[in-house]
Design a protein around this ligand. Sequence first.
Ligand SMILES: [Zn+2]
Length: 269
Amino acid sequence: MPEGDTVFRQAAQLHRALTGHRLKSCDLRVPDYATVDLTGHRIDDVTAHGKYLLIHTGGMIIRSHLKMDGVWHLYPLADGTPRWRRPGHTARCILSTAEHQAVGFALGELVVFPAMELSQQQSHLGPDLLGADWDPQEAVRRLRSRPERPIGLAVLDQRYLAGIGNVYRNEICFLHGVHPATPVAEVVDLPGIVDTAHRLLQVNRLRSRRVTTGSATAAVRSWVYGRDGQLCLRCRGRIHRAELGEEQDRRRGRTDRIIFFCPHCQPQT
Ligand SMILES: [Zn+2]
């Protein structure tokens, strides 16, 4: 699942290829913006903020969110029309310069707004774990604003801190020996959890494969995420899988309600 580090890496790749180049074509395949055409404008920057990818061009910002299945691919145009690696009908945004074509497939959200509205459009987000202005104290303060909320849900809330998805929330809880259902008020080292989240995203932001254990071996790249039924790397007990979500998550069929944990290393209080 795309998390803040994935978006950061895709933004960095698009930035290297597109920034400074003019758009030869601009095709937005969502009804609200089908008539928006930024052809001829120079791409000024490509940035990430939490789980959003922002393309700055022509005084406007094209903002996308990958949600569950979205991805940006970059294709060189030197060899003619590229062969896409995803089905054409899932393409939502196609931006071409003289040398590259960037295609956003299955984007969970695509909006276009004037650059001057950026701070207003992003005002719902908490401190960005990978942002230059990362503010851990503010993230802790926001997490504590609802002390009764389970920590495993609070850290996913992008209004508190931006960038954590289901992989990191499970890994962070394991690393701190905290069951994801533990209320925020009962978490002893909340600043430590926030700091761990920051460090994990930082070290993974430019890696092609996410690693939280320090081992690049496929079977043990994570402590608990996706390892239900397998042995805990610390205590050799079995990793469990359960659901943790709020009612609206259940109704939407969201898969990020699945939690992974070791009952021995993360006892439920
Ligand atoms: Zn364990």
